[in-house]
Design a protein around this ligand. Sequence first.
Ligand code: SAM
Ligand code: SF4
Length: 352
Amino acid sequence: MDQPLPQLDSTSPPAAPEAEHAHGVLRDSHERVIHDLRMSITDRCNFRCVYCMEPGDRFLPKRALLSASEYMTIVDAAIALGVRKVRLTGGEPTLYPVLDTIISELGRRNLDDIAMTTNGSLLDPTRTARWKAAGLTRLTFSLDTLREDRMTAITRSKTRVADVLRSIDVAAETGLARSKINVVAMRNFNEDEFADFADLARERDLDIRFIEFMPLDSGRSWKPGRVVSETEIIEMVSARHALQHRDPKNPHSTSRHYYFADGAPGRIGVIPSVTRPFCAACNRLRVTAEGAVRPCLFSNTEWDIRPLLRNGGTHEDIKRFLVDSVWTKQAGHSIGAKDFQQPDRGMSAIGG
Ligand code: SAM
Ligand code: SF4
């Protein structure tokens, strides 16, 4: 007999003021409006990156994971409330068995942007072309080193740097928008390669984004001293290539943008989540692979939409649930403060 599904810690969000439901948008109590939905479509991964997962981490039973149609029910409610962008993430989203169905369904909605974050290990030209034809706008790749020996140590996988670089080329050849490359910046780990990543940005016209290491690793090895700050990152890159800062066009961008002063192609971004949080501009809502709605990456409270989905909740019920959930979005995170509490979930179980 099947074991009961693991219960999420919390259930439904408290009701938002009734006026919020009349607005028809997802707005939180700090007046931020949500346009960006991040859906983690699986908690599975074929890597065990040291800053994210531990080799012994357990996965959810398959029937706990949302189906493609359950995801689309959430997406349709979110679109009706003003969401314009969907990012698929995980775990590793390219492992999700019906990924093509989800991308095709998203492609039928009138969204501004359909993006996916991937470790780049499982792409090929045929798959990538299918995703593009179905409506995928662009890919973000994760790559933290350009050295093969370090790649093995970081990802604890057999995938090589050369495989990921090939996938990055495939994305460009397929005609997807310029790829972003996420590099987690960790002290005594990869900072001696930041300028090499800048070379890569210039050579391949890429958007390299250094992400400050966040306390979301399931191994809980995060310490303030392991964070390489935005200032240090820019200094290290500038030692080889002069950079110019430019404000992003998108006011909700989490990334600080820098261009090469000599006009070379490519761009450098820094996501300074720890040293310069962008919480006031945050327009995101997250849903995990088993239907936990998380108003913030660092939420310690999450709302379980799965029972509503599986017990006949209507479009209006789902919308109401999302409006109520968003209303609980916290003002910001308090990394570094005495009262900071690392969320129980690691990044792979939240969806970065
Ligand atoms: N598996 C896919 C990948 O790695 O691209 C998608 C999921 S992964 C959780 C999403 C992003 O989160 C990746 O770019 C990864 O580098 C980032 N990430 C994971 N753990 C992190 C941490 N502790 N601090 C900062 N970024 C982290
Ligand atoms: Fe997997 Fe992505 Fe986490 Fe690495 S960062 S372990 S690829 S989910």
